[in-house]
Design a protein around this ligand. Structure first.
Ligand SMILES: Cc1cc2nc3c(=O)[nH]c(=O)nc-3n(C[C@H](O)[C@H](O)[C@H](O)COP(=O)(O)O)c2cc1C
Length: 237
């Protein structure tokens, strides 16, 4: 049965102040939060043999459903100490060569990928009761590709790429504002791409498509590379 995608409402700080605070007990009582997933299904006959095609199909549906930020994905990396960490980034292209996002190469994730160039990506399209997971090796996009994308960004974002020493400890927000003003004065309307800012491309070796189903009997289709060919398999939920 098709469900309507409801717009979510975000409380403002003022509204939060006015609202009665829930009691400590109420806030901690989360064990009962659960829902039954009944929107759709995913089976071997209706899914594409090629995972990229399947992803495009689901991504188009996420766009049509007007989900908030359907291109936001969680990116997991592993640090030199062997510990994983995650953060959200925006996918900027996806094709047969891989999945691309942009960031600061000196950031925590950048340092992680320098040491261990493998990552896992995850989209959670809550309203569609769907998850897509992608895993594989990661490499930097070419300078030309990063330049081309950087040039399409709004001016504020281009200045921001210079102004923010991403993931470093800073003494206050004023540091960012001062950096941005200095960069704007130096480069006016055409800041070049910072050498420490650019793209990464993950070349998928494994995809998984998860569709929530009733009674926790969810559909999970995994695609893994076997001698250059995609093998599709069902995983137990
Ligand atoms: C919706 C959303 C989209 C984001 N997109 C990006 C992005 O494309 N690139 C990026 O570097 N950070 C992005 N961020 C910020 C990251 O989540 C993160 O704070 C930042 O990259 C630093 O992560 P790190 O210290 O683990 O390297 C985004 C955050 C959100 C909530």
């Amino acid at each position: 049965m098709a469900q309507r995608v409801r717009a979510c409402s975000v409380p403002t700080r003022q509204a939060e102040g006015r609202a009665r605070r829930p009691s400590y007990t109420a806030r901690m009582d989360i064990a009962h939060l659960r829902k039954s997933y009944e929107r759709d299904q995913l089976d071997e006959t209706a899914s594409a043999a090629d995972p990229l095609q399947q992803f495009r199909h689901w991504f188009d549906q996420a766009l049509s459903a007007e989900l908030p930020e359907p291109n936001a994905m969680t990116l997991a990396t592993v640090g030199a100490d062997g510990r994983p960490s995650t953060r959200v980034v925006l996918i900027k292209s996806v094709d047969a060569s891989g999945v691309v996002w942009y960031t600061n190469y000196h950031s925590r994730k950048g340092r992680d990928l320098e040491q261990l160039p493998y990552a896992a990506l995850q989209f959670h399209w809550v309203e569609l009761e769907r998850v897509v997971r992608i895993e594989g090796a990661v490499e930097k996009t070419s300078a030309a590709e990063s330049d081309a994308y950087f040039a399409t960004r709004p001016l504020d974002s281009r200045l921001g790429a210079w102004a923010s020493p991403q993931s470093e400890v800073i003494s206050s927000r004023a540091v960012l504002v001062a950096n941005a003003a200095r960069i704007a004065a130096r480069h006016a309307l055409s800041p070049p791409r910072p050498p420490h800012w650019g793209g990464y491309r993950l070349r998928p070796e494994r995809w998984e498509f998860w569709q929530g189903r009733k009674s926790r009997l969810h559909d999970r289709l995994q695609y893994r590379l076997d001698e250059g060919r995609w093998v599709r398999e069902r995983l137990a939920p």
